[in-house]
Design a binder for this molecule. Structure first.
Ligand code: HMG
Length: 440
């Protein structure tokens, strides 16, 4: 069977930067280490006044198509995954196609276009749709363009404000791909939850603490479901495990939980149980609280073991390096984590061809999905072509006043005139809601 997967990716960051320890923490009167150590974030990417989900998505897709020498006729499908859409009818992919038609010969009139919504997991769902479309033989030899684009903004003063971010990831899904082959097996954990939602509102209503618990619960279910179709997962099976990363501290919790599940090492568990003087199993406890306390103690000890720390340093930590500098990109976040891992491998001379990744996606509302990927021979060239370091370096570092001003520009309830801001050359720039980004 011909391999189907991601042939190429491009990452486009919002052009502004908010420094969390340097600018955000002093303004909030918080210890900078709450952000750098607690949440694991140094900075967030922020959209400039002339950027929105369309322009960032189109800029990423433009760079990808140009680099791969593609024309519109090579693309049979454009799906945009976003939870920052501004239109309940017309999909963002039509705006993106309109942008791209300004610069490429031909048009996308024969490409199927859509928009996927399920919070952050929609990016992975769009990948799945593209995979299924190709596997079903409906692609006529063409590739799919999947674009995950979001302005992950929170109301000022919301607990989520420190985790904001903005950026797009464009991915080309093809037969015989250069980067990774997607597995046919998937595991899901899905339930009706209301801890994070945006019912006809721009900024989310969030019960942040609960959202962390829901993420962990659904992820555990997805892992168990994945194992029911793909067989047991062991810690040494995967070179990296990119997780959806709202902030790196969240992945620290999810990784520990996943590790505890996959090691299945009852001797270690028994040793640790001896150390804490109790058996961390529900039947041994009178109340749920007793059990929870024991489990917390057990997890704290597990976290300190050399085996866990080595596994975390090798398999998880490298997935977080871009996220630390950009914050949450919602639909793009897990795809940034994959890129981060492969970039780490390239920079450290690690041969990844044929190695497996365990990819753990998540979206509030809530659903987790786990699948595996196998890295393909062309991965080095694809990762080498990314210019993410330069993009991050080139961001404009905002003062607190700049931040408040630009946040207001992006607040749909406020009437700020965007025309008064300068716009760059050679990028698609935003020129009003419901209008296509124009290439200056
Ligand atoms: P908070 O109240 O700002 O922070 O909210 P906190 O007080 O819970 O502290 C955060 C961590 O920093 C804690 O670590 C503290 O101990 C530590 P933990 O105990 O959790 O390991 N800390 C410090 N560490 C070192 N030095 C210090 C210090 N002070 C504190 N001085 C919260 C955190 C996550 C609730 C908030 O950021 C939030 O509401 N975020 C938005 C929701 C979110 O991101 N949820 C994540 C799961 S849901 C998800 O991923 C889906 C999502 O992407 C949306 C979608 O799918 O569409 C969000």
């Amino acid at each position: 069977m011909t391999a189907v997967g991601i042939d190429a990716i491009e990452i486009w960051t919002g052009n502004l930067k908010l420094d969390l320890p340097g600018t955000f923490a002093p303004e909030k009167g918080e210890d900078p280490e709450k952000y750098t150590k607690g949440l694991g974030l140094n900075a967030s990417s922020f959209p400039d006044s002339y950027e929105d989900i369309v322009t960032m998505g189109a800029n990423a897709a433009h760079r990808l198509m140009e680099r791969k020498g593609l024309e519109p006729d090579d693309i049979g499908r454009i799906d945009v995954a976003t939870e920052s859409a501004f239109d309940n009818s017309k999909p963002v992919s039509t705006y993106v196609a309109g942008c791209l038609e300004q610069v490429f010969e031909g048009d996308f009139h024969h490409a199927n276009k859509g928009e996927r919504k399920f919070a952050c997991i929609a990016g992975t769902q769009s990948l799945d749709d593209a995979y299924n479309w190709i596997r079903a033989g409906r692609n006529r030899g063409r590739s799919a363009l999947v674009i995950a684009t979001d302005t992950a903004l929170y109301a000022r003063g919301d607990a989520g404000e420190a985790t904001q971010g903005a950026g797009a990831v464009a991915m080309l899904i093809s037969e015989d791909p250069n980067l990774v082959e997607l597995s046919a097996e998937q595991g899901y954990g899905s339930a009706d939850e209301t801890d994070f939602l945006k019912p006809n509102q721009q900024f989310p209503s969030v019960d942040g603490k609960r959202s962390v618990q829901v993420y962990l619960a659904r992820m555990r279910e997805a892992l168990e479901d994945y194992e029911s179709v793909a067989g047991d997962v062991h810690e040494e099976d995967f070179a990296y495990a990119p997780f959806h990363t709202p902030f790196p501290g969240m992945v620290r919790k999810a990784a520990l939980l996943a590790y505890r599940h996959v090691i299945r090492d009852t001797s270690l568990e028994d040793d640790l149980a001896d150390e804490i003087g109790r058996q961390p199993r529900p039947e041994a406890f009178d109340t749920d609280d007793d059990y929870r306390d024991a489990l917390r103690e057990y997890m704290d000890l597990l976290k300190e073991t050399e085996a866990y720390q080595e596994w975390y340093a090798e398999t998880i930590d490298p997935t977080l390096s871009i996220s630390r500098e950009v914050g949450n990109w919602y639909t793009g976040s897990v795809h940034v984590a994959r890129a981060s891992a492969l970039k780490h491998a390239l920079e450290n001379g690690r041969d990844m061809t044929g190695k497996a990744l365990l990819v753990a996606s998540y979206g509030s509302g809530a659903q987790a999905e786990i699948h595996s990927e196998v890295v393909r021979e062309g991965w080095e060239d694809e990762i080498e072509a990314l210019n993410v370091d330069e993009q991050l370096e080139d961001r404009y570092d905002m003062s607190w006043d700049d931040y408040e001003e630009v946040h207001d520009v992006h607040n749909h309830d406020m009437d700020v005139d965007v025309e008064e801001f300068t716009t760059p050359e050679s990028e698609f720039v935003f020129d009003g809601w419901g209008r296509m980004g124009e290439r200056k």
